[in-house]
Design a protein around this ligand. Structure first.
Ligand SMILES: NC(=O)c1ccc[n+]([C@@H]2O[C@H](COP(=O)([O-])OP(=O)(O)OC[C@H]3O[C@@H](n4cnc5c(N)ncnc54)[C@H](O)[C@@H]3O)[C@@H](O)[C@H]2O)c1
Ligand SMILES: [Zn+2]
Ligand SMILES: [Zn+2]
Length: 351
């Protein structure tokens, strides 16, 4: 089968690999029908070695498909079921799983991500994906929904909602979202669901901020390239206090510093960005502000609820799909995503 394989930093290739198969009785084998490229895949492509990605790993972790085969202990699913899959698999049995910290599982990881056991956790930018601990992480797709309707539910929609939930967004809050990329847009969806009164989205790309306004995700936008006083604007919109919650969805030193500057005393900074560099935190400036700081990898706990919200028309993320490619054109899709060509937001890769 064809797959996107990581060979080292800045070296991913579309090549022929051995087809995946069921290896344990709690596995499922899923035939990918639609997948996409996550912002984290770009980090993996460029910095995968430091992120613990082994050469030979099939990358990609955001996808939907059809069950090809299930292991004998997988209950409730059978060949032919259309399923959405979490971007992270977890065992359900270890210390962290029992604590509910699913993404910290001792035996699980992101598909196409860092290896935590002797097995390479192959990802979804291919034809067949082996799904470990399948019954915990796959969800049936209602018949009336298309692949595109639910393409983001296993990663960025769950991530955005998690960023808002973990930021403890409350009714009537002002939420600043640093980064109006796909993850930032999903964080805005999450903040709206939790009752944010005012969402201010910040980016450097006018076209992304325009989408956020058109989709009614943002009440206000700030382009930090053209409007050089973002903090003054935020203070002006919050009676001089700053945001109740800042959700950061970029992953750079600059966005990290910016996020802390926008929050009010006693507020929460919820960091979603994947960081590949060390950065400095000005503790001397912030310690007296009694801030709450949350960070880390998404806990994919709300897929079922988010699918229900999509199925009943309360959430629609199809606007994020700006480009559709045949899977054979996946390298071109990476180029478009990484270099933000042609006003891209997300690509759908069709098998
Ligand atoms: N925590 C998790 O579990 C998780 C899950 C998925 C993705 N991510 C991460 O979320 C981040 C965002 O993903 P994405 O797909 O939306 O990426 P993206 O690169 O498409 O979007 C980031 C946006 O931030 C903007 N930006 C850059 N610097 C900025 C600044 N200082 N202030 C405001 N905006 C700025 C960019 O113009 C861009 O539009 C990535 O780091 C990705 O790896 C994390
Ligand atoms: Zn991802
Ligand atoms: Zn576990």
């Amino acid at each position: 089968m064809k797959a996107v394989v990581f060979h080292g930093n800045n070296d991913i290739r579309l090549e022929e690999v051995r087809p995946s198969k069921i290896e344990r009785m709690d596995d499922a084998l899923v035939r990918v029908t639609t997948s996409t490229i996550c912002g984290s895949d770009i980090h993996i492509k460029n910095h995968g070695e430091a992120m613990g990605i082994l050469p030979g790993t099939i990358i990609g972790h955001e996808f939907v498909g059809v069950i090809e085969e299930v292991g004998e202990s997988v209950m409730g699913f059978s060949r032919g079921d259309r399923v959405a899959v979490s971007c992270i698999f977890n065992c359900g049995q270890c210390f962290y799983c029992k604590k509910g910290n699913l993404s910290m599982c001792n035996n699980g990881t992101v598909f196409g991500g860092r290896a935590v056991t002797a097995e390479i956790p192959h990802g979804c930018q291919t034809e067949l994906v082996r799904i470990p601990y399948a019954s915990q992480i796959i969800h049936k797709i209602p018949d009336h929904l298309s692949d595109e309707d639910v393409l983001f539910v296993g990663d960025i929609l769950s991530t955005g909602f998690y960023g808002a939930e973990r930021g403890e967004v409350k009714l009537g809050d002002t939420v600043v979202i640093v980064g109006a990329g796909p993850v930032g847009m999903c964080a805005a969806i999450g903040a709206r669901l939790l009752g944010a009164a005012q969402i201010i989205m910040i980016d450097t790309e006018t076209y992304r901020l325009q989408v956020a306004m058109d989709q009614k995700l943002a009440d206000r936008t700030i382009n930090i390239n053209t409007q050089n006083q973002p903090l003054a604007m935020i203070l002006d919109l919050t009676d001089g206090r700053g945001a109740d919650v800042v959700i950061e969805a970029v992953g750079s030193s600059q966005s990290f510093q910016d996020a802390f500057s926008y929050v009010r005393a006693g507020g929460t900074v919820s960091l979603l960005g994947v960081y590949t560099n060390e950065t400095i935190f000005a503790i001397n400036k912030y310690w007296r502000k009694n801030l709450n700081v949350k960070m880390g990898l998404v806990e994919v706990k709300n897929m079922g609820a988010l699918i229900n919200l999509i199925a009943t028309g309360k959430i629609d993320t199809r606007f994020l799909i700006s480009h559709t490619f045949n899977f054979n054109q996946v390298m071109e899709a990476y180029n478009v995503m990484e270099n933000r060509l042609d006003d891209v937001l997300k690509v759908a890769l069709k098998m």
